[in-house]
Design a protein around this ligand. Structure first.
Ligand SMILES: Cc1cc2nc3c(=O)[nH]c(=O)nc-3n(C[C@H](O)[C@H](O)[C@H](O)COP(=O)(O)OP(=O)(O)OC[C@H]3O[C@@H](n4cnc5c(N)ncnc54)[C@H](O)[C@@H]3O)c2cc1C
Length: 351
């Protein structure tokens, strides 16, 4: 049996997974004085992780749901704080235009929380964003001035940097094979050793369910999402979201152009095994971008990215003894991550 390495880490918390959610949890725990080690199988933001790439849309409330809105508002403050602390530019304001049935329900939720927004005619939207061409059947759109692109790579680097400043140790190339408990302590099995900690928070994205094997996590589904990137010059257009059908959207990618995809969940996959981009989705996205934004060139890049979806599309936090599992993706996890980190840290340290 491998030697058990207790060291001084025995008192602290292991965060398994160094994506944006793991980094945010680690920083939030360290802010509360907890010693933290992040164990990451590869490197943060690697090619088969959900946090890869450089653009995510940030719109306050992507669902008309109180928890999402509350987290979105809290995350907004935390992203700005992180920008100040790191000196990095993370948020690129663009505004956001959405339409479809959900947009109208969202407007109600935003009004309840006093979040700035406007339901407007397509004519008024065309004045605000001349690059956007709305479908003829749309008679009302939702404008959210807070819409922005999050520079994801910069955001992840800043979050890890802020965690490291507070003493968090990031250990890369560390594949955790098993997470177990022994007499109230957490034992992590790695290929060459065992490590002991006071607690563990497993935020391993698409791998969380298979790593822990808990019945409560059986409903987590990693899905393959085909994403395309288009060259685009000129003023960045607002994020554009159609909440009906396959839910196509596009967002500004700083220094490149546009990122566009369907939010509708793709096929369920094995974690880490990303299929090639689906040619039908690439074609549909190219047609949508041509129609809605007048970009007629073929995508410069298409790739597959993974969503991990919970059965009710809410954030899942499941605890057994000293081990907490977190799944906070549902295709919206990047923008909310700083606030999810704070929420998880509060819960984990509550006793
Ligand atoms: C196409 C696409 C578009 C998206 N668009 C948006 C958007 O516009 N707005 C938004 O807010 N969000 C968006 N998201 C969602 C967002 O990117 C994810 O919710 C977020 O990145 C999830 O981060 P994570 O930390 O949970 O997972 P990950 O980034 O996957 O991190 C998990 C980490 O755990 C590590 N790990 C796994 N198993 C082990 C193990 N056994 N031992 C050690 N380490 C392990 C992995 O290597 C990985 O690095 C999008 C996602 C995709 C795929």
């Amino acid at each position: 049996m491998a030697a058990r390495e207790a060291e001084s880490r025995a008192a602290g918390t292991a965060v398994v997974g160094g994506g944006i959610v793991g980094a945010s949890v680690a920083r939030a725990l360290a802010r509360r004085g907890e010693p933290v080690t992040i164990l990451e199988a590869e490197r943060p933001g690697h090619g088969s992780a959900s946090s890869k790439g450089d653009a995510r849309i940030r719109v306050l409330a992507a669902y008309p749901d109180d928890e999402y809105l509350r987290l979105g508002l809290a995350a907004d403050d935390l992203w700005r704080e992180l920008e100040r602390e790191s000196g990095r530019r993370i948020l690129h304001p663009t505004g956001a235009i959405s339409y479809g049935s959900l947009a109208e329900r969202l407007a109600g939720a935003l009004a309840e929380h006093g979040v700035e927004h406007e339901l407007m005619t397509p004519g008024r939207a065309a004045e605000l964003a001349p690059a956007v061409r709305l479908p003829d059947h749309v008679d009302q759109v939702l404008w959210q001035p807070d819409g922005a692109t999050i520079a994801a790579e910069a955001g992840l680097a800043a979050m890890l940097g802020a965690a490291s400043t507070r003493g968090v140790r990031l250990s890369t190339g560390r594949m955790v094979e098993r997470v177990g408990q022994d007499d109230g302590r957490v034992i992590l099995r790695l290929p060459d050793r065992e490590l002991e900690f006071g607690r563990a928070v497993v935020v391993a994205g698409a791998w969380t369910a298979s790593l822990l094997g808990w019945d409560e996590l059986r409903g987590l589904e990693p899905t393959a999402q085909t994403v395309s990137y288009f060259r685009y010059e000129g003023t960045p257009p607002p994020a554009l979201i159609d909440y009906d059908g396959a839910e196509p959207y596009s967002g500004w990618t700083p220094g490149f152009g546009l990122k566009s995809a369907d939010h509708e969940f793709g096929p369920v996959i094995e974690p880490g095994r990303l299929p090639d981009p689906d040619p039908a989705r690439v074609e549909a996205t190219a047609a949508w971008v041509a129609e809605r934004l007048g970009v007629t060139e073929a995508p410069a890049i298409s790739e597959t990215c993974v969503y991990t979806n919970t059965p009710d599309e809410r954030i899942l936090i499941e605890r057994k003894g000293a081990i907490t599992a977190v799944s906070a993706c549902n295709g919206q996890g990047f923008q909310l991550a700083p606030a999810v980190g704070e929420m998880v840290a509060e819960q984990v340290l509550a006793d």
